[in-house]
Design a protein around this ligand. Structure first.
Ligand code: UPG
Length: 382
């Protein structure tokens, strides 16, 4: 298949582009390089040193003989997107090209407006581009489990059967997102639902959980292919942050009581889920939703798991319960369905001590790169 990976230079996009290329697909990346610019804005960095996208793609070609195309540009520039679509005529468009940090969207008004205009406008352009030039192209859109929030009922995969005043319907599952970023994904979902309905576009919304890990078989092939790994308070996410904190002797930053429970998955499962979605396209006019996570944990449980492994490796580790910079429930019911990807063949890489140990041993090698002032939370929801 011809597949475009939007955001193919990023944490999820880069390993996905490599994996799809290895599987024999004809992959092109669209990326504006904004994630690298944001590192400069935030005076932050990836704990792993990362090569430029040109170097990455050249190394992949050298090692495998496979070409990955690069289109450097922004999805909010429709003229650019239109030319790429006309050139590539993709069978699938994998869309990771969004501002994906909740804390970044909560810095101030400008960052909230940027997040929502960038994400919503980019996706709207992709929808129009598909309609105009490649109506049969399957949109594989990265949503988030954070769209649902933490309702006091089990979370279904996208839709819920409701009986109300004697009538029945299947309706979109209620959304209660917890940041302007997570809201941007809800707005996208609504726009995609509508576009599928009116234009017959085929779309899969992958409501992904928190991704942990950094390596896949492909990124491990050579240091030039190394994936980025964020540890800072803005782009670092729960489990990865805790592992890096333990490696540098920092207290583990559990926010509040630590009972916040979320769906998690290994980056090795992210790439496979995208392949599964691509190989099993939604029907024309169908807006299909998969919950893309493999296990659920509270952040307190994750901190305990990391502490145990770090101590076994000889690193004394303390868990700190910090004042929560976010507004969120710290103790709540959480149960989400995640059977659809498994039914299509996903075999999860589950979290155990060895998985934590492998990430730990990778980050220990780079711990001198950590900018310590970026570790504690600095962005408040209030
Ligand atoms: N948390 C802590 N301590 C930390 C970092 C986070 O307790 O040092 C808590 C946080 O309060 C929240 C939970 O962990 O309750 C998850 O936060 P985080 O790991 O930052 O993930 P999200 O903000 O949910 O966002 C990530 C990705 C986003 C994706 C989402 C999927 O950045 O792109 O949509 O995970 O759920």
């Amino acid at each position: 298949m011809k597949i475009i990976v939007g955001g193919g230079d990023g944490f999820c996009g880069w390993p996905t582009a490599l994996y799809l290329s290895k599987q024999g697909h004809d992959v092109s990346i669209i990326d504006s390089m904004v994630r690298r610019d944001i590192d400069n804005e935030l005076h932050s960095n990836s704990i792993t040193p990362i090569a430029s996208l040109d170097e990455r793609v050249a190394k992949w070609k050298e090692l495998t003989g496979k070409d990955i195309g690069i289109y450097e540009g922004d999805l909010t520039h429709y003229d650019f997107l239109r030319e790429v679509l006309k050139q590539e005529m993709p069978d699938a468009f994998v869309h990771f090209a969004e501002q994906r940090s909740a804390p970044y969207s909560m810095i101030d008004r400008e960052h909230a407006v940027y997040t929502q205009t960038n994400n919503v406008e980019g996706t709207l352009n992709v929808l129009y581009g598909i309609k105009e030039f490649v109506p049969d192209c399957h949109l594989i859109k990265l949503g988030t489990m954070g769209e649902y929030g933490t309702p006091n009922i089990p979370i279904e995969e996208g839709y819920i059967d409701i009986e109300h005043k004697g009538r029945k319907d299947t309706l979109p599952f209620p959304k209660q997102p917890g940041s302007f970023y997570h809201l941007s994904k809800v707005h996208d979902s609504h726009n995609i639902t509508f576009a599928c309905k009116i234009w017959g576009i085929r779309a899969t919304d992958l409501n992904q959980g928190v991704v942990y890990g950094l390596d896949t078989d492909e990124t491990k092939l050579d240091p030039v292919l190394t994936n980025r790994l964020d540890y800072d308070d803005v782009f670092g996410t729960a489990l990865n942050r805790f592992i890096i904190q333990s490696a540098i002797g920092h207290d583990l930053t559990v926010y509040g009581k630590g009972g916040q429970t979320r769906g998690f998955l290994n980056i090795e499962d992210t790439v496979r889920c995208i392949e599964i979605a691509a190989e099993n396209p939604a029907d024309r006019g169908e807006f299909r939703v998969f919950n893309q996570f493999t296990e659920q944990f509270s952040v307190g449980e994750l901190a305990e798991k990391v502490k145990k492994v770090a101590q076994e490796e000889g690193y004394e580790t303390t868990i700190a319960n910090l004042d929560n910079p976010r507004v969120e429930q710290e103790e709540h019911f959480f149960h989400a369905e995640n059977t659809k990807l498994r039914d299509l063949g996903l075999e999860p890489h589950l979290l155990d001590d060895d998985v934590i140990r492998e990430i730990f041993n990778t980050v220990v090698n780079h711990k001198d790169r950590v900018i310590k002032k970026n570790v504690l939370p600095q962005v408040s929801w209030k």
